[in-house]
Ligand binder design. Structure first.
Ligand code: FDM
Ligand code: MG
Length: 232
């Protein structure tokens, strides 16, 4: 059997440098003559992606469960092409994946209840959707061979020129999202399916680029192992 391409996912908070690094990695792979392709989720170009785009820009409202399932469906609709590309030897770089799906949805909390007598204890916000529920629609997706998590403290990310106007681009949301990403990473590492690497996204662009290349380089010769399934 000829070798297949590697499936590489880049994850991180908003303004962690994800998209810049994904593009740089694509260029570095192409310069090294490795057949490669960059994809991104959400893919806003499909009919499902257009619903997601309108929700993110707050032009429409959707039930939290419904939008979560649309994000997942937006991945499933690309699965046949991901598998075909990998099998034909193309390395795929993927800017956000199912991990963002869980992290952002499981971070949604109910607004704190107004209490008549203020408690001296900080009230823990209650999640709207459980971690397990958020994970289930993405079970069996192609598993990344490598996930690079660009870690950055939300306060540092914010200082990089501010968040945009989209839903979720707020510091308190990003803080909860980061906690969920850390949990996902621990689970992926202990599952033995794919490697999860935490990189300091707060470093200079060139330093991050170099650490990414150090992780990706061993995969550029192609893989003989079959594509695995996520959380199966
Ligand atoms: N996002 C992204 C989700 O909430 N669920 C998902 O499954 C994915 C892939 O969409 F705030 C969120 C993360 C981010 C927003 O992402 C748009 P981009 O990378 O800024 O387009
Ligand atoms: Mg964004």
């Amino acid at each position: 059997m000829s070798k297949r391409g590697a499936f590489i996912v880049i994850e991180g908070l908003d303004r962690s440098g994800k998209s810049t690094q994904a593009e740089t990695l694509l260029k570095n792979l192409q310069d090294a003559k490795i057949p490669s392709k960059l994809i991104k989720f959400p893919d806003r170009s499909t009919p499902i992606g257009k619903l997601i785009d309108s929700y993110l820009r707050s032009e429409s409202e959707l039930d939290d469960h419904a939008i979560h399932l649309l994000f997942s469906a937006n991945r499933w609709e690309v699965v046949p092409s991901i598998i075909k590309d990998l099998e034909q030897g193309t390395t795929i770089i993927c800017d956000r994946y199912a991990f963002s799906g869980i992290a952002f949805s499981a971070s949604k909390v109910h607004p704190p209840a107004k209490s008549a007598s203020p408690s001296t204890f900080p009230i823990q916000p209650t999640p709207k959707l459980s971690y397990e529920w958020c994970r289930s629609p993405d079970i069996s997706l192609p598993a990344p061979d490598l996930t690079l998590f660009l870690d950055i403290l939300p306060e540092k990310a914010k200082a990089r020129g501010g968040y945009g106007e989209e839903r979720y681009e707020k510091e308190d949301v990003q803080e909860r999202v980061r906690e969920v990403f850390i949990r996902i990473g621990e689970e992926i590492e202990s599952s033995g399916v794919g490697k999860w690497v935490v990189l300091d996204g707060g470093l200079e662009k060139e330093e991050v680029e170099k650490s990414i290349w150090d992780e990706v380089n061993p995969l550029t010769a192609g893989l003989k192992t079959p594509i695995q399934k996520l959380w199966d």
